[in-house]
Write a protein that binds this ligand. Sequence first.
Ligand code: C2E
Ligand code: MG
Ligand code: MG
Ligand code: MG
Length: 282
Amino acid sequence: HAKAEGKHNFQFYKEEMNTKAQERLLLENKLRHAIESGHFVLHYQPQVDIKTKKLIGLEALIRWIDPIQGVISPLTFVPLAEETGMIGKIGDWVIRKACEENKRLQAFGFPEVKVAVNVSAYQFRHGDHLCRVIQESLAATELSPEYLSVELTESILIENVEDTICQLRRLKDLGITLAVDDFGTGYSSLSYLKRFPIDVLKIDQSFIRDILDDANDEAIVNAIIGMGRSLGLTVLAEGVETVAHRDYLLQQQCYYAQGYLYCKPKPAEELLECWQAGSLLL
Ligand code: C2E
Ligand code: MG
Ligand code: MG
Ligand code: MG
């Protein structure tokens, strides 16, 4: 009997594996089609100066708009796009689109702030391609480089260190800003960070969430703020959802934040409308 049950379990397991693999293949084909059809939009989330409540930047966050399923989160498709290399084309599009939309917002009188784009490790593995796409996007849209920021993850900083440093220097030479996203979740120490021409540390939202109840998170956040300051870096907290989060950060002398407390990510037109109505960042 046990044997029969074992066999049954095995078959069940195998079927489940096949379903997973089939779903993945389906999603992969759909994503390829979405790229050809241009089924993506960018939403933008404000980055804020906590003390003055002024807008200091906008983070561009991609959404896949499927004609049937509706909005698909980047958490669902960015990992697959990275594994298959499709993030290359998607990433190029994101950079160009973010530059275009920031330039357009500025033309409508929206505050002149940086737009931050997320960049995957894959995009750093192709020689000068990333740098070229950024340079071309700035030139074609006539966006000044001071209004573009690139968010990279710690994982990028630990692979091909020498080449990455070279690429980051070239990006800095273009005049753009470099930020390390999800900081604290990777493996890089602050002394290690010193080797890279980085401007901004974004404290990962997982440390902010329980900052008032979890002594470990509190210690990590305070260490990042303190060491960031001593290295002369701007420190921005992600996932700031409550007044208590904000007040804690202010008290610890972290002056920049991003999160639902201030504003959810929105399409460019909606941000413009909010701003024109005077209802952005209340
Ligand atoms: P991320 O770059 O760390 O972006 C922050 C994520 O936190 C966004 O999720 C944002 O909507 C969400 N968020 C903002 N404020 C709050 C808050 O107060 N509370 C909570 N719980 N969440 C908040 P989103 O838009 O789903 O993006 C998820 C991740 O997908 C991003 O994390 C980034 O790693 C990736 N991603 C998004 N757009 C792109 C892109 O264009 N290219 C690449 N390579 N990755 C992207
Ligand atoms: Mg980011
Ligand atoms: Mg992040
Ligand atoms: Mg993240």
